[in-house]
Design a protein around this ligand. Sequence first.
Ligand code: NOJ
Ligand code: MG
Length: 722
Amino acid sequence: MVDARSRLKEVYAHPVGRDAIDKVLLQLGRSRGWVRNPVVANLRLGTVARLARPVLGDGFVSSLVTVLADHDDGAARLDQVGAPAQHAPDGAAAPGGVVLAGAEWWREAVFYQVYPRSFADSDGDGIGDLRGITSRLEHLADLGVDCVWLSPIFDSPNEDMGYDVRDYRAVMAEMGTLADLDELVAGCHERGMRIILDLVVNHTSAEHEWFRAAVADPDGPYGDYYHLVPGAPGEDGSGPPPNNWTSFFGGSAWRWVPEARRWALHLFAPGQMDLNWENPQVRAEVAEIVRWWRGRGIDGFRLDVINYISKRSGLPDGNEAIGRLMGFPGIEHYFFGPHLHAYLAELRQAGFTRRSDDPPPASTARERFADGTLGGPLPPDEAGVMVGETPGVGVEMSRLLSNRSRAELDLVFNFDVLDGPGKVRWDDYRYDLAYLKGFYLDYLARTGPGDAIALFYDNHDNPRMLSKVLGAKDRDPELRAAAAKVLATIQLTLPGTPFLFQGQEIGAVNQEFTSVGDLQDVESRNRYAELCETGLSEAVALAQVLPGARDHARVPMRWEPGLTTGFTAGTPWQTGREDSRGFTVAEQTDDPDSVLTYYRDLIALRRAEPALTRGAFRALAPRSRTYFGWLRTAVGGSADWLIEVNLTSRTIRRPRGVPEAETVFGSPGGPLRATLAPYECRVARLTPGNGRTASAAGDSTGADPASSGVITSWSKMEGWSA
Ligand code: NOJ
Ligand code: MG
């Protein structure tokens, strides 16, 4: 149990403490070496509290202790923080008796996120829809996608583009009908692809029937579905809200609902009402929704902000210093809440796991073999895949949520990869790929086969990684294609499960928005309005919104050249303002050098060569900030692989000792050169037995990018062998 007498190193040995300290250091742009300094490591928390009081005020340390205590019951600990855990062998029963092995298709799969509103419009209303997606399934099958994830398509008033659900069992009118969805599911399965949907159950729309019933009778059964809190006697909404929590979309996280005479909690937009997961009825409803969709053939869900569902009882005020540091007062009371693990384990059992008497789902995906050909329909999965969207969790918390032995989530998104040290999404800066390398080496060194890593850079909530890396150079077609291939190479050949976001496969970049009128997203618009209210000029406010605007990734897919890019026959709901030539599906499909061809070929290679998914991993030159090279070892008699990328737009020297290998993609053939061209990448097959002589390349010059314990020996690599 951590308390004020504990030393900082004990906090760092606690999974939540470790992540919290790492997060603060990352936020401050400081190295982790700081906390390993023996003097600092041996400080008692009480002393830290006294020393830090002038900066952090009172209560910071006690808030931290409280959060750690929530996860201090032994059950919430993995055996060793910061190093690979001892993993249950494949086939072992997880707590609760669920046998998970064999069902873990998602470990080797390539996921592809579709933003339905912007993928393809079938009826000319300018809004992407389900039939549009069905009409483009061949593109996804060709690309080699194993599982399609659809962002929300459930009935919604669209205050936050479907992340505000009005009816969990109906399709949004502009997207089509349930029958259209059934057809889409069957179309995916027929092509050997699974399909998952977005489950948004931290909150519902204020228009959901549960919320309407709660407002009509706050003391009735539905009143307890939400966080409805009475004000002071005579309250009319003008008094202070129940606590100091703020919304991610600006302002207080509370709004006064006059009809109910209650305050209602909304961590997001005012129409996104947080559900009260302490109520077992709410949890049972969610499990039933999942089971209903599983029966229709849905293979699992991505679970929206799922780490926010457990809020500390009594909803106390957030610590101000933590609020300042993280930008959101109150966050320590819900981002990794007290009952999170229990709720997830329960949902896995009650919602996602098949029961012996369940009727078979409407359809299942056909088996797809290593050469891409299709077999018959697979038997139903024992459990639907659970992909957690988990903002704010670090490596250890990710393991607590997704390690096989825990029987909670299967995969989680760790967002720390998206912005460099000291940076946040709204900053205008060039992302250094050395950080990405350090991030993954650290992550891989601290995980083993029972853990799972989701590899992703782009989604509907972020600007394009390609643009963050290249800055204004993202308009240079050569650099753009080369850097897109670097990102593809890393994402498709490191250990982990890649999640592509639509457009990545054609090298999509950010848009040229020039006025706030170009922005459709509630978050961007609110931020702009708030900045203007602080007295900033419109131009300055816009400049502080554009770098992080979610709109960049939400523009229509570029299928072909032309004003509406083959997305619609009508007027698109949002217009793409990027009109480069050569970066559409039509232009790239048959071009052997295109980004699309590279993705397609690399995914096919990945399927054919198990070393690239299940093979052990070893980094070459782990300390280099410019070169990223690694080996993946043979599985079942296949080849060893060498992968190399130049992380920069400059020519760099290749480290000495890179083993002989035959290039399959990327770099031009011929003898190995001493240098790598800007963003050059190379995927190469090692000549037999050669990989193990590669130790000379195991180190090189350059500062270590904030990574601890990179993988440097073959024995550690075994952690990633099948
Ligand atoms: C995360 C989703 O990805 C984002 O688009 C949404 O605004 C919030 N969750 C709230 O549901
Ligand atoms: Mg439409």
